[in-house]
Design a protein around this ligand. Structure first.
Ligand code: URA
Length: 210
């Protein structure tokens, strides 16, 4: 079992994250950096996947070689910003099944509103990695994990780029069984529920909207 919160302090992750935070970083560069960081985070979050062996022939001899055990894992992107992490993770785990949960944040109540949910089958047999760049209030992350659990998943991990202490606490309270892997734990949320110092609205920055 990995810790409830893992901050990936690798120098390359931290350097790329600083470039992403800078207000002047272009949409194209922001997206590329997110893709790159997502692969370091995916490396970390899959560190303890169960393994088995299979017999193969190398050009030299027959051997028992390690391979991943169990059913193909499922990635669940929390729309829309989750898609910025999804592509990079899928490059590392191309056979993963993919689901989407659509939640938007009501800007007045800061509460999540569901508008879409399409998940792979047999979630109870899979490791599910939910991806969303910003763990802010935790409201939408908790709601997404609620939906995923309601569809049978029992083995879930949460991958994000930035986390606020408030979001981590909310997740720990609602879903203590879901480990979180992130590139940074920031200072706090502002009155609008944005992470400070943060990087602004991740969806807007990756898709060039306002
Ligand atoms: N969502 C974002 O995109 N940014 C934040 O800082 C908080 C929530």
């Amino acid at each position: 079992m990995i810790d409830h919160l893992t901050v990936v302090s690798h120098p390359l992750v931290q350097h790329k994250l600083t470039l992403m935070r800078e207000a002047g970083t272009s949409t194209a560069v922001f997206r590329q950096l997110l893709r790159e960081i997502s692969q370091f985070l995916a490396y970390e979050i899959t560190r303890e996947l169960p393994m088995t062996t299979k017999e193969i022939d190398t050009p030299m001899e027959r051997m028992n070689a390690p391979v991943l055990a169990g059913k193909k894992l499922a990635l669940v992107s929390i729309l829309r910003a989750g898609n910025g992490l999804l592509d990079g993770v899928l490059e590392l785990i191309p056979s993963a099944r993919v689901g989407f949960v659509g939640l938007y944040r009501d800007e007045e109540t800061l509460k999540p509103v569901e508008y879409y949910c399409k998940l792979p089958e047999r979630l109870e047999d899979r490791l599910v990695i939910a991806v969303d760049p910003m763990l802010a209030t935790g409201n939408s992350s908790v709601a997404a994990i609620d939906l995923i659990k309601a569809r049978g998943a029992t083995n879930i991990r949460f991958l994000c780029l930035l986390a606020a202490p408030e979001g981590v606490a909310r997740m720990r309270e609602a879903h203590p069984d879901v480990p979180i892997v992130t590139a940074a734990l920031d200072s706090h949320l502002n009155e609008k529920g944005y992470i400070v110092p943060g990087l602004g609205d991740a969806g807007d920055r990756m898709f060039g909207t306002k």
